[in-house]
Design a protein around this ligand. Sequence first.
Ligand SMILES: Nc1ncnc2c1ncn2[C@@H]1O[C@H](COP(=O)(O)OP(=O)(O)OP(=O)(O)O)[C@@H](O)[C@H]1O
Length: 952
Amino acid sequence: MMAEMENRSTTGFYDVLASRKAEEAVWRRYQATEWLDSVVGPLGISNKPSEKEFISRLRNGLILCNAINKVHPGAITKVVENNVPIQSITRESQPLPAYQYFENVRNFLVAMEELKLPAFEASDLERDALEAGSVAKVVDCVLALKSYHEHKNMNGGNGSFKPTRSPMVGHNATRSNLRGLPSDSCRRLEMDLAAEAHPSGNTEAQKLEGELVKILAEYMADTKENMGGNFLASFKAGDVDPMKLFGRIVASCLKENEQKKFPEGQTVLRDCLKDSSNLPVHLETTPLEDVSENKNSKCCQTCLSKGDCNHRRLLHIQERELQDLKTLWATTRKEFEALQSQLQNDLTQCGIQVQEMASAAQGYQRVLKENRILYNMVQDLKGNIRVYCRVRPSFTSGSSNAVEFVGEDGSLVIVDPSKPTKDGRRQFQFNQVFGPTATQEEVFDHVQPLIRSVMDGYNVCIFAYGQTGSGKTYTMSGPSGGSAKDLGINYLALNDLFQIFYSLTEHTLEIRSCAGDDGLTLPDAIMLPVTSPSDVLRLMKLGDLNRVVSSTAMNNRSSRSHSVLTVHVHGEDESGGKLRGCLHLVDLAGSERVDKSEVTGDRLKEAQYINKSLSCLGDVVTALAQKNTHIPYRNSKLTLLLQDSLGGHAKTLMFAHVSPEEDSVLETVSTLKFAQRVSTVELGAAKANKESSEIMQLKEQVENLKRALANKQSQDQQLNRMKDPRSPLGKPMTDRTPPRTRRLSIENGSNTKLMKTGKHEVSKTPALPTRSRRLSLEAPTYYKRDNDDTIRTTTSSSTVKIYQHRNPSRSPTSSSFQRQTVKIDSRTQVPHIQLPLATAEHQVLARNEVQIVMQSEVPISTKTTTTTTASSVNGKGSQIRKSLRSIGKLINGSEKRNCRNQQKEPSPIPEEMKSPIGISSSSRAARRQSLTGVYKSSRRTSLGGKSVDSGE
Ligand SMILES: Nc1ncnc2c1ncn2[C@@H]1O[C@H](COP(=O)(O)OP(=O)(O)OP(=O)(O)O)[C@@H](O)[C@H]1O
């Protein structure tokens, strides 16, 4: 059935092909006839002449010779004519002798050869030698001449002419003209010829070829029907490559027919077509897998078994091409792999380099950081005041900026836009400069080490300086209503201290708004326990409410006073040594030009006070920088307050704030100049307030020895009195002011006598701590005893209340002394200090406090160079040892004296009985004690003879 179908299909195909070919041939003959008619006159044959008719009209060669002479005049010089008009030449007319025919035809063929146009063989015109394709060759030859003629007419004979051929015919005679074409094209033409040569072959291969040809023919016929005039023209003109066209035809045949036209089972034909699709034209788009598949196709297998098929040759060629492609593919793959591995290597190298660069950058940052630390250490050793500068962001967009450059190394370049010359540019160098984008956290990172050193017993002062509105309060406290990330140094520092504190102990802290051990005091101070930074924040906010803030033309929330937050840290190190650190966080009021801030009334007065105190600060800094002997600390309360930080052994950091706006450039330069001057101030190396455990032990020994000595002396006195025969109670002693009291009075620069003023007893302050004494020097200070036994102190117009609280459990000598104590003193409105009265309770506490402080300060006051270094500790120890030795000598001396006295007659009357008031012996003891630093008894006397139980 299948075979039958195949046979039918094949027969039908050849019928169609034959009719198509016939049509084609007719059409071409018509073209040739028409052209010959137009060139040499009417041939006298029909429009659609048969092959025979056509050949017979050309056989004598006369028409051909005339035609070629028309196209190319002089191509044939001698045309043999038979004097019969062309029109009258018929099949029946007498033929010319054969040699004449031959002469004309030969001349024509030679001329065609010379014109490189396709020719035919003379035998093709023989009457009885018509064979398949021979007439077509003659027709092609005429049409080639026609095309040449047209080309000549169009281009005037210029340019190369490429003759067209019939797609249906192979031209043996024109094989030379096909040399330039690809060999595969030739092969395909050969295949076509082979197919034509065996139209009725029964072999399978022939069948397949036949089917292929049929499909091609159908396709070509369809294509021809759809061909427009342009296509034909370009085809004729040679613009269309016939081989490419053939390839395209085969490809589209494949597409269409593979799905539609081939019934199931016709796999052979499909494979064959697949095979033909692997022609070079299609290799460009056909996947390689398809090519390799086709190698085993049934058609090829059949062909291979046959051995002499054109397919075999084609297959060999394709195999070679496939092999070449495989090789190319392998090479390309290798190259690709090489490129891939190269890329991988490059990427790895790149990664390594990036890593190296990153680590180099990190190293650079580390070195930079170390450099800064070392530089700071050098500065610390030299005792320079550290100066950081902070530039706030500009608020006026679009205006030019006075800050030209902010360097990582602490350099800052300011440009005065009004002076475009070199003079307008100034460079400053500080320890650190923070640009407008610096965050609060970044700023605090650079301050943190300094704050932590408070825990090591150092006094630290950080003060913010700068023109109004430059960001001082922002740095120290943060913006009002800001979020947690905006918190300033004050909060972050306290937070940090609390964190360290929590990691050390669980104890509750105490906060108080007073100067504490050695500073100023403030009105309405209260003592509150705090357990966390938020407690402190709450209290600080309360303090801020007392700070006058008002709006000026320069700043909406301009601070109209200086603000000082002081944190006292008392601690004990692991070896039992005592530490005392103090942190002052100072937000100065801003300097301002009143014409710019446009303040009036009270605000104007405030501005004047602020500027005056800042100018005093400037004077102090200048005197310090010039190493003058006199430093004018007392010219203002601000400088007095900062005296320890500016002139002592504290670590001091100044934040110079500047506004970047162009119209602030003068103030900016002035601030930076001041900051530069501050950075040249050398305070000397900072010293920690630390007492080692060895010193503590020695102190304890001193105390014990002192007690032993006192006991001995009182025993001596008793013995002496008992030995004295003149009075059973002993001789009354002169009531004298104890020597220690006098000494203290001298130290304090005050009179210890109680002054009677009406009901009140007024006395100079007893041994007040350093800061209080300094205050009393500025304005004569008196303590008044009220009815309620309150001591009042007055300074000029203000009243001072002393809040010196001592919790017995906090005494340094108490065993229950907390390991770590943080006392936070918030002082505000320094220019307007109000110092209130103390209560009786406070008075008592004050006395106790003083006593404690004095006890701990004795060695320090005698050795003002207490430091943490081994040598200084040893120095202090040796001083104490000296004291011990002298005490020992005294004890030994008194024992010897006692021994001598005991040898004398002992008095039966006790010593106390000898003195009417019974204090002369203690006075003497006190005198001795004062010589050795014991002054509890003398204080008792100075405070009115009240006994103060040391109690500790
Ligand atoms: N680094 C900064 N980033 C963002 N805003 C800032 C910065 N510094 C300051 N400001 C803003 O600038 C304004 C003025 O700042 P601030 O009040 O701190 O200035 P000041 O120097 O304390 O002024 P005064 O001396 O008048 O009290 C505020 O609105 C503040 O929020």
